[in-house]
Design a binder for this molecule. Structure first.
Ligand code: COA
Length: 165
């Protein structure tokens, strides 16, 4: 099966930038697990089950990719799956300081795994899930940044909210 990598995040919702990282990682690792954080300080638009479901549906083309939820410490999840790597996408230099801290702490908590940083493709470097949610809630077009399934889910969830106001 080869080495296993964990790609953690909130994925509220999964974007084309995330999909690009998963696609590239699926060629480097035998098995990639997208780990959707259930306990997050972020006020999410989609529940954990919905975030998992959306990620699962858009990632079906990748045979060696699975999507699971995780609660609590990422380090415990990494150990539970016997993973060798934690994957993180870097969009800009400003991401680096926080990511470096996270990588250092995770290395301390689970020394058998390493964090691998992947540069985000140029045309996705300015995307974030919250910006996508904001654009969708204000009636803007997000089709360039998310999979059609996610675009539909955003219109359902946030489009209606915007109309109600
Ligand atoms: N393309 C597009 N957007 C991207 C991206 C990419 N390749 N990579 C990241 N982003 C965006 C995300 O959409 C997100 O946007 P938002 O802030 O608007 O929601 C932002 O960048 C940061 O997201 P992400 O990198 O996924 O981090 P996160 O904050 O969602 O997740 C966890 C962080 C969940 C991995 C981390 O908090 C964690 O491990 N928590 C578990 C608890 C724990 O173990 N804590 C101790 C850590 S040592």
């Amino acid at each position: 099966m080869g080495n296993r990598a964990i790609y953690p995040g909130t994925f509220d919702p999964i974007t084309n930038g995330h999909i690009d990282i998963v696609a590239r990682a699926s060629r480097l690792f035998g098995h990639v697990i997208v780990a959707v954080a259930a306990s997050t300080s972020k006020n999410t638009a989609f529940s954990t089950d919905e975030r998992v479901d959306l990620a699962q549906r858009v990632l079906t083309p990748y045979a060696n990719v699975e999507v699971h939820r995780f609660e609590g410490l990422l380090a415990n999840f990494v150990r539970q799956w016997d993973a060798v790597a934690v994957l993180r996408g870097l969009r800009a230099v400003s991401d680096f300081e926080y990511e470096f801290q996270l990588a250092g702490m995770n290395k301390h908590l689970v020394p058998e795994a390493d964090t691998i940083f992947m540069p985000t493709r140029e045309n996705y470097s300015y995307i974030s899930s919250s910006l996508i949610r904001e654009i969708a809630s204000l009636g803007g077009e997000v089709g360039e940044f998310v999979h059609p399934i996610v675009r539909e889910a955003l219109a359902e969830r946030l489009g209606k909210r915007a109309i109600k106001k």
